[in-house]
Design a binder for this molecule. Structure first.
Ligand code: ATP
Ligand code: MG
Length: 647
């Protein structure tokens, strides 16, 4: 797993200095140093606090069973009760969901309204034959119906499997085959940057490609733009809702270890991997981190710009925030899609308290310019968060100043589809921030950096990031396949370890800086480089919006290839090239000087918005390119190929 080669990363350039959390924030934070003392000093199990945030049908007696690697094993609960029913006494008329559609529509559901819809859809799914444990596949854009159906599945103990709407019919069929799913809830289409995209071929392709019969429910998203002719065993969502209006469905108590949903990783480094999350551990983990890290309160309006089809949407749009009873603002479409004022307009209009977004989106906002956020009143914001990729210190600063006005803490949350929720981040009411550095491991988590033999390295030395304690949001796969005993030996000094696939550095105080993917580490002339440091230097050059560094081969030599995306009003390429060489040489050293700098109008991105370096590396090696259909912007590939060749 660790590979045999030496893993050495240059780390002379230490990240920028720590920044204190503004006092006005710290005073009101959900979690303060005093509260954390409960488990640092009194020895209260860190994750008991998480379990205590939930409503259990049968209370758990054990937090963690190390033998079976199970969380809250004797507890029973229902996720929809935790996200809806338990809030009704206190806030049935509070808004649970505000949706802003691509065509400028706004739809609002109070907790009571949302709960009624979830009950009706749950009753409808039951009538169609869905039983506890069945896998229901959901394939829709970010519309309220998707969130409603997720919670309806949870209510009856069915396992939802959301497949991002941008995936092809074949990808959908493969996923349904893998999970043996006989139920599909699909929209007739979606809007991509304002244009209608039909999904009507989905059900047919799925049927043709699967052995099992499939019952389909069709959600109308395109309205008059599209008519979906219903075939046999196809049902209208609207009818389902109308036919079951007013019905209530008793929530099915689920064991904490029962599956809540299936989901796939982003596919940044290879084929997307399927992951199964549990009901109790996962929900406790997402609720606790929404409370402690995102600082969500019921009275807040909370906006997360992720797509519901990815783990961030599941954990930090649906389950964590709704478990806390807050108001969730849901936006259909990508964070950084035009018009350039949209996000800021929404924050002002809804007086958003918390914004959780991605470095990739912020880099686009920077490229567009600070004049857009400056036009709006963003003073309602209290906290900013990022996830998905390392955030370059310059990008962090921009967010802190131009969006947060220097008054909102920024939490740089490191986690993965596999972890279910945050593992490494500052707790804003407790820890100082460090731009470009995620922060310490959360209480109860041990994050270590090891070398290729599995031995822990000294502080400030690069290596492989390992998690050496199980955590409640861990997926079933890890619980089942990576039991304690079986993995001892992976790391000689620990009983259990999960290798994250990321490279990292830990400082003397335990702050973790993510260096990039282990797979993305560049090996040139026997020297290995993490991608983040070089990229941050290039992005720091005036006029460069985004950069990705990979190794390449020009037929004779291996070299460092830097792909850079200039601002629209940037200086000419010759000057930019010189500025990049200068910056790399002065900030890192001449050994890291890129052999090639290729300017591109855009970098290739996964559909969840991450830079896909493996594709750039294939281009830089002149390799055959695999399937590029899962890219957000497949149209840039040809351009990048010719720019690489002609450069
Ligand atoms: P795949 O596993 O299929 O290659 P993926 O790893 O991109 O795709 P996700 O689970 O969506 O799929 O992403 C998790 C990864 O995202 C982490 O392993 C890490 O590389 C990166 N990441 C997430 N948050 C951060 C962060 N705050 N700082 C640095 N990197 C981050
Ligand atoms: Mg991954």
């Amino acid at each position: 797993m660790l590979g045999g080669e030496e893993f050495e990363i240059e780390t002379e350039e230490l990240p920028a200095d720590r920044v204190a959390v503004p006092e006005s924030f710290a005073e009101q934070a959900n979690v303060t140093p005093g509260q954390l003392r409960r488990f640092t000093e009194e020895g209260v199990d860190a994750w008991e606090m998480a379990g205590d945030l939930l409503t259990w049908d049968r209370p758990y007696r054990t937090v963690f069973d190390a033998e079976a690697c199970d969380w809250f094993p004797d507890g029973q609960l229902n996720a929809s009760v935790n996200c809806l029913d338990r809030h009704l006494d206190e806030r049935k008329n509070q808004r649970a969901l505000v949706w802003e559609g691509q065509l400028g529509e706004t739809r609002t559901d109070t907790y009571l309204e949302l709960s009624r819809k979830v009950n009706a859809v749950a009753a409808g799914l039951r009538e169609l034959g869905v039983e506890e444990g069945d896998v229901v596949t959901l394939h829709m854009p970010v519309i309220p119906e998707l969130l409603v159906t997720m919670l309806a599945c949870a209510r009856i103990g069915a396992v939802h499997a959301v497949v991002y709407a941008g995936f092809s019919a074949e990808a959908l069929a493969t996923r349904m085959a893998e999970s043996n799913s006989s139920y599909l809830v699909v929209s007739d289409g979606y809007y991509r940057r304002g244009d209608a995209v039909s999904l009507t071929n989905r059900a047919e392709t799925v049927r043709a490609g699967l052995d099992q019969d499939v019952t389909t429910v069709v959600v109308d998203r395109l309205g008059d733009n599209h008519q979906y002719p219903l075939g046999a065993d196809e049902h209208q969502y609207r009818r389902l809702l109308a036919d079951h209006r007013g019905e209530t469905v008793d929530p099915v108590p689920r064991d904490a270890t029962d599956e809540l949903f299936l989901i796939y990783t982003s596919g940044t480094t290879g084929e997307p991997k399927r992951v199964t999350h549990t009901t109790g551990g996962y929900l406790a983990h997402t609720a606790w981190t929404s409370h402690a890290v995102l600082d969500i309160e019921p009275s807040d309006t909370y906006l997360c710009t992720a797509d519901l089809g990815w783990i961030t949407g599941h954990s930090y749009i649906v389950y964590g925030p709704l478990a806390l009873g807050t108001t969730v603002l849901l936006r259909e479409g990508e964070a950084d899609q035009p018009p350039r004022t949209k996000l800021w307009e929404l924050i002002e209009k809804h007086a958003v308290d918390i914004l959780y977004t991605s470095p990739t989106a912020i880099r686009t906002f920077m490229k567009w310019g600070e004049e857009y956020p400056e036009e709006y009143d963003l003073s309602s914001l209290r906290l900013l968060g990022t996830v998905g990729e390392p955030i370059n210190p310059d990008v962090w600063q921009w967010l802190y100043e131009h969006v947060g006005g220097g008054e909102c803490p920024v939490v740089d949350t490191w986690w993965q589809t596999e972890t279910g929720g945050h593992l490494i981040t500052t707790i804003p009411g407790v820890d100082e921030m460090q731009p470009g550095t995620a922060g310490p491991a959360l209480p109860g988590i041990e994050a270590t950096v090891v070398d290729e033999t599995g031995a822990e390295v000294d502080p400030n030395t690069g290596g492989y990031l390992a998690i050496e304690t199980p955590w409640p949001g861990m997926p079933r796969e890890l619980s089942e396949e990576t039991r304690w005993a079986e993995t001892s030996g992976v790391l000689p000094d620990s009983e259990w370890a999960y290798m994250t696939g990321d490279g990292a550095v830990v400082d003397d105080e335990g702050y973790v800086t993510i260096l990039g993917r282990v797979d993305d580490v560049i090996n040139v002339s026997g020297r290995r480089y993490g991608t983040l440091e070089l990229e941050s230097v290039i992005v720091g050059v005036e006029g460069i919006a985004e950069a990705a560094v990979v190794s390449g081969y020009d037929g004779r030599d291996q070299g460092i290839y830097a792909y850079a995306n200039p601002d629209t009003d940037a200086a000419d390429e010759l000057a930019l090239r010189e500025a990049i060489y200068q910056a790399v040489e002065t900030q890192i050293g001449s050994f890291a000087r890129p052999d090639r700098i290729v300017f591109t109008p855009e970098l290739p991105k996964t559909s969840s918005g991450k830079i896909m370096r493996r594709l750039l590396s294939d281009i830089a090696h002149g390799n055959e390119l695999g399937d590029t259909s899962a890219l957000r912007n497949p149209e840039v590939v040809g351009e990048i190929e010719s720019a690489t060749q002609s450069d």
